[in-house]
Design a protein around this ligand. Structure first.
Ligand code: UT7
Length: 333
């Protein structure tokens, strides 16, 4: 039975940089507050008419495919993770397939919020291991800037999120040494409403959308920030440890931890709790904010481009977010 490995990586962020100072002009917030509580200095917002979730996903995917030494036509399946699809349906998997000019290969959408990319990677890993596909595109892409209430009322959420896309090519390999070792997926739906967007939704009295939803703010992101924080700092270390235990490793074996970029304070807490030195944890939230399903492939690609991911390294990916969902993946590069 084959294993899977990451054969190529890519990312795309939109051109428009929105600094904390830009946000100060439209809501009651401050650069000092945002940096102290989240570590974020700036984020990217998409340009209407230029970027879409599918187009950003395609930019990242083309780079990943090229770096894998492949042509788009070599891809035999697409898995795309997003919570902010271009249309309510169909999902962006098919739109990405169309953007890449690929015909009739399957396209699967994953809606698992901040853990979406690792969930997608895990699904891809199983498909490769079963022998069903050889080259799978696994993508995370989000346009969140249009979801946000950018008034003072929505400031606790609006300052955190940004737009972007990241992609990897997952490829079949016989190598025992360079491959995805394991993935670990968890969820606890009791906390679904601690970070969610209520509408539009099917279980409404009449139609799945209505003017009152706008007035009630039902279509904005609602977040119980302290609950998310509290659970995140428990679940991140837990799921990283689970991945290490499953493979007989300890934290000292980790070459690089690539956490979902939720909040610099969360990543810093996890780093200290796991006893990792600063150079072993990737942080780029300062520049992009939290890009949900895109954050891990963007951070992994940047780290790889900077030479921080080398053959033989033990790379750990970990995520926590809305659902609550959390997940990890351990990779021998
Ligand atoms: O992938 C998962 C995504 N989500 C997360 O990771 C979120 C995890 N949680 C967090 O990161 C933090 O809870 C936040 C950064 C969201 C908030 O930090 P906090 O330390 O929990 O602040 P808080 O919500 O308790 O608010 C403290 C104060 C409040 O004012 P008062 O009531 O003390 O007067 C807020 O109104 O800060 C105020 N505040 C702000 N002030 C300036 C909230 N948002 C802002 C803001 N600018 N943007």
């Amino acid at each position: 039975m084959p294993y899977s490995k990451i054969a190529g990586l890519g990312y795309y962020v939109p051109e428009t940089v929105v600094t904390n100072q830009d946000l100060e002009k439209i809501m009651d917030t401050s650069d000092a507050w945002i940096q102290e509580r989240t570590g974020i200095r700036e984020r990217r917002f998409f340009t209407y008419g230029t970027d879409s979730i599918a187009s950003m996903a395609a930019h990242a995917s083309r780079q990943a495919i090229e770096r894998a030494g492949l042509q788009p036509g070599d891809i035999d399946f697409i898995i795309l993770a997003t919570i902010t699809s271009d249309y309510y349906f169909p999902g962006d998997g098919v739109l990405l397939q169309r953007e890449l000019g690929l015909e009739t290969i399957g396209a699967l959408d994953v809606k698992n919020q901040c853990s979406g990319f690792i969930y997608a990677l895990s699904v891809g890993d199983q498909f490769v291991r079963s022998g069903m596909y050889k080259n799978i595109l696994v993508v995370g892409a989000e346009i969140q800037s249009t979801f946000l209430d950018k008034s003072t009322e929505g400031r606790n959420v609006a300052v955190i999120f940004g737009d972007g896309a990241g992609a990897v090519v997952l490829q079949a390999t016989d190598s025992e040494d360079h491959r995805i070792l394991s993935t670990h997926l968890h969820a606890d739906g009791r906390y679904a409403e601690d970070l969610y967007v209520k509408g539009p939704g099917g279980s409404r009295p009449d139609r799945w959308f209505a003017p009152d939803m706008l007035e009630n703010g039902d279509m904005e992101v609602k977040m119980n920030g302290s609950a998310v924080f509290k659970h995140a700092i428990q679940r991140f270390p837990e799921v990283i440890q689970e991945a290490l235990d499953a493979n007989g490793y300890t934290t000292s074996d980790i070459s690089l931890l690539v956490p979902h970029q939720a909040n610099l304070r969360i990543s810093e807490y996890v780093r200290q709790k796991m006893g990792l030195s600063e150079d072993k944890v990737v942080n780029n939230i300062q520049h992009y904010g939290n890009t949900t399903a895109a954050s891990i492939p963007i951070a992994l690609t940047e780290a790889w481009e900077a030479g921080r991911v080398q053959p033989g390294d033990l790379i750990c990916l970990a995520a926590f977010g809305s659902g609550f969902t959390w997940a990890s993946a351990l990779i021998r590069w």
